[in-house]
Design a protein around this ligand. Sequence first.
Ligand SMILES: [Zn+2]
Length: 253
Amino acid sequence: MNLTPERAAEIRPGVLRPDWSAVTTSAARETLRGRMAARSGLLDKWSHALEASEDIVWRTVLHLYAAKGRPPTINGIAATTGMGASRVAALLRELQLRDLVGLEAGSDAIWLAYPFTERATGHRVELNGHSLNALCAIDALGVAAMYGTDVMVTSQCRSCGETIRVMTADAGRTLQSVSHPRAGVWYDFAYADSAASSCCPAIAFFCSDAHLQRWLDSQAIRPMGARLNLDEALEVGHAIFGPVLREPAPAVA
Ligand SMILES: [Zn+2]
């Protein structure tokens, strides 16, 4: 019996990230533990809950991004939230310090809001009739649970380039279909400055364990991370992204 509570950040009242209740496999559990241990900097950035206004802007960015298929403008966020544009801009910069959004240097244009990015990554997610870029394989697999809907993810084997398609079911809790039955994901633990610039580029799909191994063997420096089958990778994505848009628990009277 494990009496140690798993580490998580309370991102808003009663909402814990990651959501350990989404984790049933030991591989997913060990991966999340390894991620926490290797990325203490990330947990520090999330360690205190967002201010209410920061949280509203963060969630508004993610709702509008999914609804429109592109990042919202500051004016769009201002119109939706009723906040002034300069306040929204200041709050976005706060969210950037937490590694939750990314802004173009020299402008306040949003180019990333995990799990989505405007950069081509090779990981495409079909959501609400839009095709969006996800930062990495786990971000792509987390989209369905985050929005409470099902998605199709299209990516390539990082080793051979073959197209891999994954369809989710049960609002992202299970897999509907996978083009390659032995496909897997490498979950990289590296973290420095931001996920987008450190771990994300190495978190990728592979058509088989043999191709994952071939890629690992080809790396000049052995990466630190975990190999997951797609069921396990879906659980990790669900645990990390499922809580992001969850409503706060009602205050106790
Ligand atoms: Zn392959």
